[in-house]
Design a binder for this molecule. Structure first.
Ligand SMILES: *Cc1c(COP(=O)(O)O)cnc(C)c1O
Length: 479
């Protein structure tokens, strides 16, 4: 497919300006470019076709089941998009004074932020939340900076280490490191859970905290959290909860009640914004009482019958311009209003039910990576099939020919030939059955005709790429 620049024809235009009916005024020379910008020149219809064709080459949740584990690629209610697109929301300028109205009042936005932070805190058993961070990993950085501020304040200068189980998300050790901590990794036990003995061996006076993902990247609930929390707090170490997978536990249990001091949420996974692979995100932090004084500022507070901004005295400061990606917060607020408490509980029950349904249907054909009960995603190893020449990657590629996006493969790193499947709560039984039928069909084919996998995918614009080169040296023209 040609790039839009290659389709460009000198002099073509998609719009026609009216003839001037006022005297022409030139911009000052020092504001003008020396040379005209290199923009494509095309007719409107050709621009529309170009972008429509491009959009049709995308795989997205709006046109297919997307079982990518760890990413929560779920369908989100369109009502949240409608609400975020209302002019009073979308056109609100962050520099409006608190008393100025544009299609409403900025007080309304403050109220929305105040209420959303309160509700997020409530869902997770935290004291308060801040919507500033603009991604899950950014929430982790904010959370670990909060941990650092807590220890600095208490003179805990020797506390320089954060423990991270190898079943945590890959961003956890990176965030802890950027926040200035040393990272000690501990291995999971055979059940895929944080190994209590390994944890005890790593814990000491220098431990600033632990970062746990729960359910962890093996899709399992960490059953020793209460014990880990007790031991951490005994040496004044803090517990960080990676809550990107909150859709597994809402209404069932709350991280704050389990003993966690700080956490992040992924609004762009759990709460109505599609997880856009690098698109805009919102990763609010929630804090318990220990970290309350250090929250990023400014914060929206109730004042004089309305809302005002205040920065806590010991705040770590700003983590984003204004309130970060505000419109994602609007979508999350609409989502929470749409579902209510019981609805959210139902979301989690269905997310877990769907994953376990897939697990039950596939477990005889693909070897489960662990014995435990999976939560919102299930993890298999294709090691047996790999011995016969069909690897996890081959299944991923063959699925593309069957009309599905591939599940996550080769992650988590702890599982060889890993296939990690997350159906999410929004898929129907028919969709899950069709996907399972396809997986079972492929498992049969792996036995009878392993060679056929080498040709897959045959139906996509390009077949097997050098994946590293394709990511680092993107060349869309070959599509
Ligand atoms: C997605 C995810 C993250 C990171 O979130 P981003 O918004 O992609 O930075 C962190 N932890 C877990 C468990 C996740 O699934």
């Amino acid at each position: 497919m040609q790039l839009i620049f290659e389709k460009s024809q000198p002099g073509r235009r998609a719009i026609r300006w009216d003839t001037l009916d006022v005297p022409e005024k030139k911009l000052p020379a020092d504001l003008c470019r020396a040379e005209a910008a290199a923009l494509p020149e095309m007719a409107e219809i050709d621009v529309v076709r170009h972008f429509t064709h491009l959009s049709q080459r995308n795989v997205g949740i709006d046109d297919t089941f997307y079982p990518l584990g760890s990413c929560t690629m779920k369908y989100n209610p369109k009502v949240a998009e409608t609400v975020a697109a209302l002019p009073g929301m979308a056109r609100l300028h962050p520099h409006l004074s608190t008393s100025t109205a544009y299609n409403g009042n900025v007080q309304g936005a403050y109220e929305l932020i105040y209420e959303l932070e309160r509700e997020l805190a409530e869902i997770a058993g935290m004291q308060a939340a801040s919507i500033q961070p603009i991604a899950g990993a950014h929430g982790e950085l904010t959370g670990t900076l909060l941990m650092a501020a807590y220890h600095r304040d208490r003179g805990n200068t020797h506390k320089d280490t954060i423990i991270v189980p190898d079943s945590a998300h890959g961003t956890n050790p990176a965030s802890a490191n950027i926040a200035g901590f040393k990272v000690v990794e501990i291995a999971s036990n055979a059940q895929g859970l944080t190994d209590l003995d390994g944890f005890k061996a790593a814990l000491n006076e220098n431990t600033a905290g632990i970062m746990m993902t729960c359910p962890n990247t093996h899709g399992l609930f960490e059953k020793d959290i209460a014990e880990i929390a007790k031991l951490c707090h005994e040496v004044d170490a803090l517990l960080y909860y990676d809550g990107a997978n909150l859709n597994a536990i809402m209404g069932e249990c709350r991280p704050g009640d389990l003993g966690f001091d700080v956490m992040h949420y992924n609004l762009h996974k759990t709460f109505a914004t599609p997880h856009g692979m690098g698109g805009p995100g919102c990763g609010p932090v929630g804090v318990g009482k220990r970290l309350l004084p250090y929250l990023p500022g400014p914060r929206v507070v109730k004042k004089d019958g309305g809302f005002a901004l205040e920065t806590p005295e010991k705040s770590i400061g700003r983590m984003a311009a204004f309130f970060g990606n505000y419109l994602i917060a609007v979508r999350a607020y609409a989502y929470l209003r749409h579902y209510g408490g019981e609805g959210l509980h139902d979301v989690s029950r269905k997310a877990v039910l769907n994953a376990n349904y897939i697990f039950a249907r596939l477990k005889d054909a693909f070897e489960p990576a662990f014995d435990g009960r999976f939560m919102h995603e299930c993890v298999f190893t294709a090691s047996k099939q790999a011995e016969g020449g069909v690897r996890a990657m081959d299944f991923a590629k063959a699925l593309l020919d069957e009309g599905y996006h591939a599940p996550t493969v080769y992650f988590p790193l702890t599982v060889p030939e890993c296939l990690m499947i997350e159906p999410t709560e929004t898929e129907s039984k028919e969709t899950l059955d069709a996907f399972c039928d396809t997986m079972l069909k492929l498992a049969e084919r792996a036995k009878t005709d392993p060679e056929s996998f080498k040709e897959a995918p045959k139906t996509t614009s390009v077949s097997r790429l050098d994946e590293v080169k394709a990511a680092k040296d993107l060349n869309c023209a070959c599509l």
